[in-house]
Each structure stands twice: as structure tokens, then as C-alpha cells.
Design a protein around this ligand. Structure first.
Ligand code: SF4
Length: 688
């Protein structure tokens, strides 16, 4: 009836889970979510969504939501009013800054939060406190990809859009569990594979769903992607299959690169990676014969001690074969969280301001100093890996962390927890009393995406608006308001009324977003950066030039870094990644009934060979022990994995949490943890 309909509200939002950036309408009545309705105008997904976007919203009304600030008193927390919490934070921050200098404070932004919130967090750190100690959790995933792209093509983002991936003749997926991590994007590839006779090559340790559907599946030894990629590139050049015209017109450094890559012979690569020569030749041929090739990659590439170099090798291969600067070509590092791209784009990085302008560049700093009316620190700050080390060595005394379960997500979590215990003052801002928040001195109740306005940027570099579906629960507030309250308590005098005011300021300062306005993002409209002042956006990058002074891309020679290896005692390689149904440590999805009824807990995938060697059956309980800690988990025997390779989904925060056994080893160029280089020994605890 009309009366009933009056209370029903339909609001456009953008999914809070993965980097595909699906948008849809949410129907609500009061706080009840009635349904998620896809919309044909949604630029990334049209009428598709996955289980998380469709059913993953119960957490918003969870009884466990924080609705009041919490202040530590001895071993427990007590509820407090905002004023008391903010006063305490300002007092402590000021005191620590006065006693130890601004670099004794550290800030961690969130890739679940909006662009506007990432902008404000770095502004708080830089302009109000005076430190560049600001980072975000893309340090745990895709910073190495960004590095590889910065070195070679100049922009750290996907070269084109999901439509370009769909229309490419050849798709190469490396180290990405695409169908579970980026479900809607993977259905595009599956469809193109079927309908447009698109070819698909998958390289992975584990026979995931995309591997099963591929035209060619290779299983390289862990950490050897750079080797086989370079051998394929070398072979292409030896055959004279490189794109001569593209290389001479648009790329620098070919001669130097050529001499660096000669050592990557097929023989050598076969020995190190275990990939038969014939398969590498087949890959080279397929790339040569395809009119357009795209490469998709994720954590299987980046979370290694040579993650940046492997990402660079991917980009080199694309340059050599002329697969940049045209539609349906290019590099696609798949972003994990909904706003991994945006968190870095808007300056939550220790060495870059919004738009990736360098903090060390005096003219850039001057621009911000004029706009913000302060003097800015010129030296790059600490990344989150260095912050943890800084707490251990006593130089970092305080941390303000928003929207991130760092205590479970960072590698070597026992070491991270020991750091938290050393902090003089720790502020955590979240929806829930997370494991990380248990170490906090003050916990601030934030609002999820459905309770705020703002913008997210998906893996395609597409900026999209989200609208307020529900009012903030209890006394919780959108993160941008909380950051502003903290800044103002410290005397900043910020006066943003709405996230659009924040975007207007950022657009003035950050060239990539010059033409971004909320009007241009109305409803299902979106903009793909860079956006010119007149609002023209750039779905395909590098059509005319690469963003370097001479407009040319750069081939960047790289060397292989041997993955971290332990002695024979630790004979099991523990791979890890996602499950379709859950998201990361499961903070949100485990609180959504539609999801937990299907997949209530995590499990370890064990190969049939290892199972028969150790007497493991489905349901067997085992313990994995690394030099850093141990996990206990139930097994599933499956031929998705082979030999002494096991797979542990990362979606657990209890005794099966992967980071109980990961190390502090990291990518040598970006400090991204080498999560994928985990060795352990395995003990069978009981067999049913
Ligand atoms: Fe959300 Fe990603 Fe699923 Fe789309 S594919 S609905 S963005 S989790």
C-alpha cells in the first residue's frame, strides 16, 4: 500500500567489500535492509553482484557494533561521551608531540574508508601533528604493484577498465584467486572466454576455479614468477616478436634492458620454476599472436620478498609486446578492498601527497603549505611496517589507527601485538571492538559505508559516490567527522559540512582529480582518473603518452630474489588467500547470517599426496608450526593443491589465523610482508 511504501527507502551505494566496485540500490525500512537491487546503469557490474554484495550487510545492525567511545581503565573499557574521549586524545597527542616530537606519532588510514576520509587522515598527520608517518593497508597487498607500475609506466593504477579486460583477446592471470577474490570481474572473463573466444592463461600454485577454466594452466614453484615471466619476454625478443614500432616510439631503455634479460633462458627458468620450456614457448606464442593482451595479478605476485620486481617484470613484458596505450591492453593489479586504490590516491602514504606527488618535492609542499597555512615536514615518514619496528625500538610512542584489523592482518602478529603493548597511547577507530582495539587506550565508534556519504575508487580507477542509506547507529559517527573532531580538538579549526567540501579541496590541490565534483558523480555517474578540470575522464591510460617528462615509458631491469627458505625442518609451504564467502579476517562477514550459515569456519587444504603420507583425512585436526608461532586447523583433502603445498584461507581471527605463523620478511622495495613465503612443519593432532 502507499502508506507502507512511504517508509521504504531506496538508496544507491557502492559495495564495501572488494575492489571491483559494484554499485547497487539498497531498499530499507527503518534500519531493516529489505533487499539489494542491482541497477543496469552500474558502471562496473551492471546487474551482477556476488554473495558478499548481496547478503553481506547484517553486520551493520550487529549487536556488537560500538555505539559509544570507550576509554581504558586498567584491564577493561568503560563507555564515555565524545567530549571526554576527544579531550583525552588531544591531551595525549599534544603531550607526546611536545615531549618526543611529531614523529613519535603514527597514523594508519583505512582502505575501507572513503577518499575524503583518507585525505583528512593524511592532512591530520601532516598539517595538524606535523609528521609524514601515515600509511594505509595497501602496504599489505598492492604497494609492490604500484611500485612496478611507477617505475615503468608512471601511474600506479589499472591501465584500463573491466570492459577492456572483457574485450582483450588474451588474459593472463598471475597469483590471483580471481573467482573468489573479485567475483564479478571473474564472471566477465568467464563469459568472454566462452562467447568471444578470449584466451585465458592462469599461473598459480593452486588449481583455483579460473585455472580449471583456462586454456593453459601453469603451476610455477612459489616465488619464481619473475623468472618464467622474464624468460618468456626474453624468448619473445629472441624470436623477433617484440613490438618494434612501439618500442622505438614510446619506450626508453631497451638496450639496457636487453642486456639484463639475456640470462633468463628457458633452460634456467625451467630449472628454477618447474615450468616446462614448451609451456613458456606456448605462452610467448599466445601473446605474440593475440591482438591485445591484459595481465591481471594479485597477492600471489606481490606478497613476496621480490614482489615489486615481479610486478615490474609483468610491466616490462607488456611494454616489449606493445600491450599498453591501446584499448583492451595493459596491466591490472586487482585491488583487494573496496578503496585500496583511493586510500593511496588521496595521500595516505608516507612519501606521497594526494595524486602521488612527492613529499620531497619543494614546489608540491609549497602548494599544500599555502592551502593549509602550515609548514610541512619534508622527509618521508614511516610505513606501517616501519611503524611497528619504531614502536619496538621506542621511537614511536603513539598510534591512531582507523578501520583496520592490523593486529590480525599484519604478518607475524605476535610481534605486532608485543608492539601494541609498548605504545604509550593507542587510539583505534572501528565498527567493532576488534582484536586490535583490545590493545587500545581509546576506542572510537565509527560508521560503516551504509551510514555515510563519500566516494570510493575501485580497481579501474573509477570514482563513485555512495549515499547515506541509514543514520549512524547510536553515537557512532562517519570517520570524516571523527577525524575533523580530533583535528579541531587540537585547534585546527576545520569547517567541512559535507564530504563534498573535502573533495572540492582535494580536487583543487591534486591534479589527478582536478575535475572531480559531486555533481559529476550524481547517482550512477562515475569518473575514471585522471580527470581534467573540464570533467573529461580517462578510462584508458597512456593513449598518447606516459606520465614522464619525455612522455615515454621506461623498461626497468630487474633481478630475481630467491624466496625466503628455512631449513628442512620446516618442510611445508603454506600458501594463503581468500574464500569467496568471507572477507579478510571476517570482521564483517562472520557477522552476516546469510554467509556464516554457508561457510561457518576456515579450513586447511591438503594435497592427496601429503594426506596419504601423514594419514590425514577430511576433518583431521592439524597444527602448523613456524619459527614465529602456530595455528590449529581442520583439513580438507583436495587436488587443488599439490605435494607439500597447503592452502590456508586468511579469513580467521582465532587459532587458525594465518598471521600467527607468518614472518616479518618483506618485499625489499616496499616493505609489503612476504605473506606467501611461509614455511612450517605439520603435526597431526587427531584423525576421525
Ligand atoms: Fe562487492 Fe566485489 Fe562482490 Fe562486487 S564482486 S558485490 S564489489 S564483493
Amino acid at each position: 500500500s502507499a502508506m507502507r511504501d512511504e517508509k521504504i527507502k531506496k538508496t544507491k551505494t557502492v559495495c564495501t567489500y572488494c575492489g571491483v566496485g559494484c554499485s547497487f540500490d539498497i531498499w530499507t525500512k527503518d534500519r531493516k535492509i529489505l533487499k539489494v537491487e542491482p541497477h543496469p546503469d552500474a558502471p562496473a557490474n551492471g546487474i551482477s553482484t556476488c554473495i558478499k554484495g548481496k547478503f553481506g550487510w547484517d553486520f551493520v545492525n550487529s549487536e556488537e557494533r560500538l555505539t559509544k567511545p570507550l576509554i581504558r581503565e586498567g584491564n577493561h573499557f568503560r563507555e564515555a561521551e565524545w567530549e571526554e574521549a576527544l579531550t583525552l586524545i588531544a591531551q595525549k597527542f599534544t603531550q607526546i608531540k611536545n615531549e618526543h616530537g611529531p614523529d613519535a606519532l603514527s597514523f594508519i588510514s583505512s582502505s575501507k574508508c572513503t577518499n575524503e576520509e583518507s585525505y583528512l587522515m593524511q592532512k591530520l598527520a601532516r598539517a595538524v601533528i606535523g609528521t609524514n608517518n601515515i600509511d594505509n593497508c595497501s602496504r599489505y597487498c598492492q604497494t609492490p604493484a604500484t611500485m612496478g607500475l611507477f617505475r615503468t609506466v608512471g601511474y600506479g593504477g589499472d591501465s584500463g577498465t573491466i570492459k577492456d579486460i572483457e574485450a582483450a583477446e588474451l588474459v593472463l592471470i598471475i597469483g590471483s584467486n580471481t573467482s573468489e577474490s573479485h567475483p564479478v570481474l571473474s564472471t566477465r572473463v568467464k563469459r568472454a572466454n566462452k562467447l568471444n573466444s578470449q584466451k585465458l592463461i592462469v599461473a598459480d600454485l593452486r588449481k583455483n576455479e579460473m585455472a580449471e577454466r583456462s586454456d593453459l594452466f601453469i603451476q610455477p614453484a612459489s616465488g619464481t614468477d619473475l623468472v618464467w615471466l622474464s624468460a618468456v619476454t626474453n624468448y619473445i625478443i629472441e624470436q623477433g616478436w617484440e613490438d618494434h614500432q612501439f618500442l622505438s616510439n614510446r619506450v626508453n631503455g631497451f638496450e639496457n634492458y636487453l642486456s639484463s634479460i639475456k640470462k633468463f633462458t628457458l633452460d634456467e627458468a625451467e630449472k628454477l620454476s618447474g615450468i616446462p620450456k614448451e609451456q613458456m614457448i606456448q605462452i610467448a606464442k599466445m601473446i605474440y599472436e593475440a591482438e591485445s593482451t591484459v595481465v591481471l595479478w594479485a597477492m600471489g605476485v606481490t606478497q613476496h620478498s621480490g614482489g615489486s620486481d615481479t610486478s615490474t617484470a609483468i610491466s616490462n613484458l607488456l611494454l616489449v609486446t606493445g600491450n599498453y596505450g591501446r584499448p583492451h591492453t595493459g596491466a591490472y593489479p586487482l585491488r583487494g578492498h573496496n578503496n585500496v586504490q583511493g586510500a593511496s590516491d588521496f595521500g595516505s602514504m608516507p612519501d606521497r601527497l594526494p595524486s602521488y606527488e612527492k613529499i620531497t618535492d619543494g614546489s608540491v609542499r609549497e602548494k599544500y603549505e599555502r592551502a593549509w597555512g602550515v609548514k610541512l615536514p619534508a622527509e618521508p615518514g614511516l610505513n606501517n611496517h616501519e611503524m611497528v619496528a619504531g614502536i619496538h625500538d621506542g621511537s614511536v610512542k603513539a598510534m591512531y589507527l582507523k578501520g583496520e584489523e592490523m593486529g590480525i592482518v599484519d604478518s607475524n602478529m605476535n610481534y605486532v601485538h608485543a608492539a601494541y603493548e609498548k605504545l604509550d597511547f593507542f587510539v583505534v577507530q572501528d565498527l567493532f571492538l576488534s582484536k586490535t582495539a583490545e590493545y587500545a587506550d581509546v576506542v572510537l565508534p565509527a560508521s560503516p559505508s551504509l551510514e555515510k556519504e563519500g566516494t570510493f575508487t575501485n580497481t579501474e580507477r573509477r570514482v563513485q559516490r555512495l549515499y547515506e542509506v541509514l543514520e549512524p547507529l547510536g553515537d557512532s559517527k562517519p570517520d570524516w567527522k571523527i577525524i575533523m573532531d580530533v583535528a579541531n580538538q587540537l585547534g585546527a579549526g576545520w569547517t567541512y559540512d559535507h564530504p563534498s567540501d573535502i573533495m572540492a579541496e582535494a580536487a583543487q590541490l591534486a591534479p589527478l582529480f582536478a575535475g572531480v565534483t559531486y555533481e559529476r558523480l550524481e547517482g550512477y555517474s562515475s569518473l575514471v582518473w585522471p580527470v581534467k578540470p573540464d570533467g573529461t575522464d580517462t578510462p584508458v591510460l597512456f593513449l598518447d603518452e606516459f606520465p614522464f617528462p619525455d612522455g615515454k615509458a621506461r623498461l626497468h631491469p630487474v633481478e630475481w630474489t630467491r624466496p625466503v627458505e628455512f631449513d628442512d625442518e620446516y618442510d611445508i609451504h603454506v600458501n594463503n588467500g581468500r574464500l569467496l564467502e568471507h572477507f579478510h579476517e571476517g570482521n564483517m562477514t562472520y557477522k552476516s547470517k546469510g554467509i556464516t550459515s554457508k561457510t561457518p569456519r576456515t579450513f586447511l587444504e591438503v594435497s592427496p599426496e601429503l594426506a596419504s603420507e601423514r594419514g590425514i583425512k577430511d576433518g583431521s585436526l592439524v597444527r602448523l608450526i613456524s619459527p614465529y608461532g602456530k595455528v590449529k586447523v581442520q583439513c580438507v583433502v583436495t587436488d587443488r593443491v599439490k605435494g607439500k603445498e597447503v592452502y590456508l584461507p586468511m579469513n580467521d581471527s582465532g587459532e587458525s589465523a594465518i598471521n600467527l605463523i607468518t614472518s616479518s620478511y618483506a618485499d625489499k622495495d616496499t616493505d609489503t610482508p612476504a605473506y606467501k613465503e611461509v614455511k612450517a612443519k605439520l603435526e597431526v593432532l587427531e584423525t576421525e
